[in-house]
Write a protein that binds this ligand. Structure first.
Ligand code: ADP
Ligand code: ADP
Length: 230
């Protein structure tokens, strides 16, 4: 079953002045349960494409269909609601809130959904267990390592049981051990809960773990290959 269908997607910044063709006529179909790395040089359009696939940015041309729903046809409120229930983000732009504890950062989304406190606490604990951080429940981001913070971000992205997790350079700034740890958790969630992962990366060690690698060059798909993770 196709879960992400980017059809003929183009993003042009600054069209009236000096246009920047960030993404040009990209076609990508991703099936439910895939584990996909999006790679390419800096400026090749990876973030722009992820933003459009997550409904954070609108294509200049073309359409993004997530689980059968065309994002451009949703009103702003419907889109916010759709994102909240269907897509988890591990993005630089959605950093953890420094004044909140791990528990509060992860529970925030559930609070927005008016989940009762008891149920929320139970769910937050099980999410933090999934990323092996149940012992850091009361720690604030500043008290945690980079790898631990990223794992909290993954737990937060999982809170609303999304079918898809989009991650923009999730291992940037992590040492090898922390990067491997994060990837193992992502791979486990992919395998055991059939969550579709699409993550941009520069990191060779991360690319090796993907089952499919899509390479962008100058805003276009340069190659799209299946591989056996090592
Ligand atoms: P990557 O994530 O692969 O580094 P980006 O998607 O960030 O690439 O950027 C693709 C191109 O679009 C780059 O040339 C970048 O400078 C340009 N770009 C990205 N965001 C904007 C923006 N908000 N306004 C104008 N140009 C942008
Ligand atoms: P991870 O694989 O989760 O990133 P690390 O190997 O980075 O873990 O960290 C190992 C231990 O060092 C952890 O128990 C963590 O609490 C501690 N630690 C690492 N960096 C920091 C930091 N900046 N502040 C507080 N503790 C840290």
């Amino acid at each position: 079953k196709t879960i992400i269908d980017a059809h003929n997607v183009t993003k042009t910044y600054n069209p009236e002045k000096v246009p920047v063709y960030a993404v040009q006529d990209v076609h990508v179909h991703i099936e439910e349960g895939e584990f996909v790395a999006l790679v390419g040089p800096s400026g090749s359009g990876k973030s722009t494409l992820l933003n459009m696939m997550g409904g954070l940015d609108e294509p200049t041309k073309g359409s993004v269909i997530i689980d059968g729903v065309e994002l451009t046809e949703l009103s702003e409120n419907k889109l916010i609601d759709f994102r909240l229930h269907n897509i988890g983000f591990v993005f630089q732009a959605f950093n953890l809130i420094p004044v909140l504890t791990a528990k509060e950062n992860v529970g925030f989304v559930l609070q927005l959904q008016h989940m009762p406190k008891k149920e929320r606490e139970k769910r937050v604990l099980s999410l933090l267990e999934e990323v092996d951080l149940e012992d850091k429940i009361d720690s604030k981001p500043g008290e945690l390592s980079g790898g631990q913070q990223q794992r909290i971000a993954v737990a937060r992205a999982l809170a609303s049981k999304p079918k898809i997790i989009l991650a923009d350079e999730p291992t940037a700034n992590l040492d090898s051990k922390s990067a491997a740890n994060l990837l193992n958790i992502m791979a486990k969630l992919n395998k055991e809960e059939n969550i579709t992962f699409l993550f941009s990366t520069h990191d060779q060690r991360v690319i090796k773990k993907a089952r499919r690698v899509i390479t962008l060059v100058d805003g276009k798909v340069d190659s799209d290959v299946q591989q056996t993770p090592t």
